[in-house]
Design a protein around this ligand. Structure first.
Ligand code: CS2
Ligand code: MG
Length: 404
């Protein structure tokens, strides 16, 4: 069997997605997600101009060899563009292998360890009251775990909070050039514990509550936030501080027992080796599309399992339904599963990417379908061409760049 044709499909049904389709000489095809928010076209070029020519004619069943060929053979290793490109090829090859074997990818990984993957939804509000309303709505919809973000009084706009009222579709990336938003850590640290006091008061201690600090705190500020949120029994605090310096988490651990989650911007096991082996985190969020595909994330998960660190995959709107299908397959199998993020795609996106996974009472479930269980409607996708869009940038009142 040989790889006969490979293409990228770029579409923007509300937000940009880059998808890879690999077709074999026996007509079996596989899909992979290659979407890197705000840098989509860089991955497209990396694939088309450098990777595709090297894969034509190769045996798609040799997933591991192709992974090593693209990682070691590139000479230049790691990084978000490279590892997203490798991830897209890897996902498509697992999709093909599942179809060849006539079974879902989770069966190839080792079968089901659970019947569904528990997800957390996004409850956000422009103020605490709206956020509490959004939490209630998620509970009504069966969510067992809810991430809560709210506007911060005194800040015009806060990351993670949509323009609309509470629940509904929120897209962090904005069309045009990167929006620059004011940030003030002291306001945020003053109001966030108050938010969770109100949420627990309103809904009790049943639901799991999560919060994303979006890399906006220094290690000691993160330690303080953790201490202040301890009474509210958080499931996790996410991206409390940037993790380039993995040792920074030692300081946070010294001050709080709140579970820590990190890794949505990680691209390889090297980004989290120390965080995991020193027990500095409790959940690893590096996900299939940005960390080298199923083949590499399986290594990260297996390594994490040795330290009782569980998976908490990133699942925001910029991870396409192709990545979500791969994540659900992975989540059904992985022994040290923790939780899966679920930010709803728009109905149009779901139409462009028909998929088998579905939400049921707080979980994502899927049927026994060969491969990843996702497709792309190329005709519909072609109606929505790429539109330049970027994630927001934070600046302090004095104009300094923040986002450490
Ligand atoms: C966020 C995302 O969902 C999350 O945890 O951190 O909104 C994230 O900022 C975007 O997915 C980045 O592309
Ligand atoms: Mg996040």
């Amino acid at each position: 069997m040989k790889i006969e044709r490979i293409q990228t499909i770029v579409t923007c049904p509300g937000r940009n997605f880059v998808t890879v389709r690999i077709v074999t000489d026996e007509g079996i095809w596989g899909l992979g997600d290659a979407t890197l928010n705000g840098r989509e076209l860089a991955v497209k070029s990396y694939l088309e101009d450098h990777v595709f020519p090297c894969l034509i004619g190769r045996d798609p069943r040799n997933i591991e060899d192709i992974w090593q060929y693209l990682y070691r053979g590139a000479y230049w290793r790691r990084g978000p563009v490279t590892m997203t490109a490798i991830a897209a090829i890897d996902m498509a090859l697992w999709d093909i292998k599942g179809k060849l074997a006539g079974m879902p990818v989770y069966q190839l990984l080792g079968g089901k360890s659970r019947n569904g993957v528990m997800v957390y939804g996004h409850a956000n509000g422009r103020d605490h009251e709206e956020a509490v309303d959004a939490v209630h709505k998620h509970i009504e919809e069966g969510f067992k775990a809810i991430r809560v973000q709210s506007g911060v009084p005194g800040l015009a706009k806060t990351y993670g909070v949509g323009k609309g009222k509470g629940k509904g579709f929120y897209e962090p990336a904005e069309k045009g050039l990167p929006p620059e938003e004011p940030w003030d850590t002291s306001l945020y640290l003053r109001h966030t514990p108050e938010l969770f006091r109100k949420v627990r008061e309103a809904v009790g201690f049943g639901p799991h509550l999560l919060h994303d600090a979006h890399h906006r705190l220094t290690p000691i500020e993160a330690g303080r936030l953790g201490k202040d949120l301890e009474p509210y029994r958080m499931f996790w605090i996410e991206d409390a501080t940037p993790a380039e310096n993995q040792a920074a988490f030692r300081l946070i651990r010294q001050h709080t027992t709140i579970p820590l989650a990190v890794g949505e911007i990680f691209n390889s096991i090297w980004d989290c080796k120390d965080l995991i082996s020193e027990q500095l985190i409790d959940f690893i969020r590096s996900t299939i599309v940005h960390a080298g595909g199923i083949t590499h994330v399986r290594r990260i998960a297996d390594f994490a399992a040795m330290y009782q660190v569980r998976t908490g995959f990133h699942g925001a709107t910029d991870l396409s339904p192709v990545c979500m299908a791969a994540a659900v397959n992975f989540g059904l199998w992985v022994p040290n599963f923790g939780i899966q993020e679920l930010m709803p795609h728009t109905p149009l996106t779901d139409e462009v990417f028909p998929h088998n996974y579905r939400y049921e009472d707080g979980f994502l479930v899927m049927d026994e379908v060969p491969g990843l269980g996702v497709e792309i409607d190329e005709e519909l996708a072609a109606k929505y061409p790429y539109e330049r869009a970027y994630l927001p940038i934070a600046r302090l009142r004095d104009g300094s760049m923040w986002n450490w």
